[in-house]
Every structure is written in structure tokens, then in C-alpha cells.
Write a protein that binds this ligand. Structure first.
Ligand SMILES: Nc1ncnc2c1ncn2[C@@H]1O[C@H](COP(=O)(O)OP(=O)(O)OP(=O)(O)O)[C@@H](O)[C@H]1O
Ligand SMILES: [Mg+2]
Length: 246
């Protein structure tokens, strides 16, 4: 693997009970790239993101970050985790105001108050929730909550951002808004993004590279254009053409 791999996976396996739900012999995520993860429901996409975000350990195998194995010391693990943020398939918000949801992580990182205010107000403006900053997060509409969950991750300016179907329940205008924000973040900050999506058009719009999973197995990975126009595996071909039988 090249030096440009920010994450590298080697002989990874995840089992729940005796059922193996994920198997990846070898994979790498390039630094500064947007990588799309596609595949049918139950293919193991969310499981992979949870492992990479260190929310769950793999049953077997290794993940290397920045070319190094996960550190043993607790303080180093914490430092590594702070470089990564995840937006879940079902948005998780705190039982507090919109503003506080956004400020929470920044306060935990002990950023100066003025910096927190600046960042929060900027992102509120971008996601169109400026007028609702005092509203309780649990009273937001589905789409608003999803935008807020996304913004909570972005405001932290992570080096690696994991997104699990970030736009699944949004209307087209908001999908476009979040996609623009994501591309801008990737360009301006060089953020590495891993995005799971069921929307194949979205994968093609956003991702530089795409990984296809099927029944827990990494079937094929490559440049997005290659995956969609000249896939090497028959299963990938069937999936990207919408011909896969589930
Ligand atoms: N905690 C768990 N215990 C038992 N089985 C699990 C657990 N988490 C996930 N699984 C199983 O692992 C498989 C992969 O699940 P995962 O959520 O990773 O799929 P996915 O590709 O994200 O699917 P979707 O597109 O529907 O979100 C599924 O069969 C799921 O039921
Ligand atoms: Mg999932």
C-alpha cells in the first residue's frame, strides 16, 4: 500500500455469534479522498464503518491508521478517535438546543468561546437552521434533524469523516445542500470521507473511489468511474446496473 493510505485494512473479519457478517482481506482508504461504499442491505457497510470508527473491535484482523496499528496507550487512542467523526444511519442528537448540539463537541475539545461561536454560527447559516438555534433538537423535523446531525460532525473539522447514508431521508434541495457542503469540506480542509450510500447517483457525484460490498465481502474497489462503467466482477456489474437479485 502507498503512503497516501490514511486507513488500511488487513485480513479483517467480524462475526456476531457464529455468523460472519464482514470479511475484508485487504483494503485501503486514500487520504484526502471521498470514498463511496455501496452494496445491498445487510452487506456489512455499517458494520465496517463502526469498526473503522473504533466503536466495535473486529473479531479478527487489523486496521492501520496513518500507517500505524491502533496504539495501545489510552491517551493515544483518544487522540486518534478525535481525528475521526461519524454520522450514523439513524441520527443521534443530544437532548438540548440546536446550538448546544453543535457547540457540545467543541466545548469538550476546550476551544475558545469566540471560536466556538464563530464555527457554530457559520455552520447554522450553511445548513439553514440559523433561525432555530434555540429550538430543542428533539422537536426538529426529520430532515432538519438529519442536517443537524451532519453539521455536528462537520463543525468538529475531523480529519476523517464517516457518513452512513447521510442524505437518505432528505428532499432533493437538502441532498444538494449537504453534498455541496461535503465537497467543499473535502476540498478546503482535505477531509478524508467515507460515505455509505444506497444512492448510486450520489456515489458517482461524490466519490473519487468506490468500494462494493456483497454479503459481507469486499467484492471490488477502484476509481468510481471504473466501478460504474467497467466493473471487473460480475456481481458489481449487476449491482451498478440495478440488476442484482437480492
Ligand atoms: N449487533 C449485531 N448483532 C447481530 N447481528 C448484527 C449486528 N449488527 C449487524 N448485524 C448483522 O450484520 C449484517 C450486516 O449489517 P450492517 O448493518 O453492517 O449492513 P448494512 O450493509 O449497513 O445494511 P443496510 O444497507 O441495510 O444499512 C446484517 O445481517 C445484520 O443483521
Ligand atoms: Mg447500514
Amino acid at each position: 500500500m502507498t503512503n497516501s493510505s490514511i486507513i488500511r485494512i488487513s485480513n479483517l473479519s467480524k462475526k456476531y455469534g457464529s455468523k460472519e457478517v464482514l470479511r475484508v482481506t485487504e483494503a485501503a482508504v486514500r487520504r484526502g479522498y471521498i470514498t463511496g461504499i455501496i452494496g445491498p442491505s445487510g452487506a456489512g457497510k455499517s458494520t465496517l464503518l463502526r469498526i473503522l470508527n473504533m466503536l466495535e473491535p473486529p473479531s479478527k484482523g487489523e486496521v492501520f491508521y496513518y500507517g500505524r496499528k491502533v496504539p495501545a496507550a489510552k491517551a493515544d487512542v483518544l487522540a486518534l478517535r478525535r481525528k475521526m467523526t461519524m454520522v450514523f444511519q439513524k441520527s443521534v442528537l443530544l437532548e438540548m438546543s440546536v446550538y448546544d448540539n453543535l457547540a457540545y463537541g467543541l466545548r469538550a475539545r476546550k476551544l475558545p468561546r469566540a471560536e466556538i461561536e464563530k464555527r457554530v454560527n457559520t455552520i447554522l447559516e450553511t445548513i439553514g437552521l440559523s433561525g432555530q438555534s434555540k429550538q430543542r433538537a428533539n422537536t426538529l423535523s426529520g430532515g432538519e434533524a438529519q442536517r443537524l446531525a451532519f453539521a455536528r460532525a462537520v463543525v468538529l473539522q475531523p480529519e476523517i469523516l464517516f457518513l452512513d447514508e447521510p442524505t437518505a431521508n432528505l428532499d432533493p434541495a437538502n441532498v444538494e445542500l449537504l453534498e455541496r457542503l461535503l465537497v467543499q469540506l473535502n476540498k478546503d480542509c482535505g477531509t478524508t470521507v467515507l460515505v455509505v450510500t444506497h444512492n448510486l447517483f450520489q456515489a458517482q457525484r461524490l466519490a473519487h473511489e468506490t468500494i462494493f460490498f456483497y454479503q459481507g465481502e469486499l467484492v471490488e474497489a477502484g476509481a468510481t468511474e471504473q466501478i460504474f462503467t467497467a466493473p471487473r466482477c460480475q456481481q458489481t456489474d449487476a449491482f451498478v446496473r440495478g440488476r442484482m437479485i437480492y
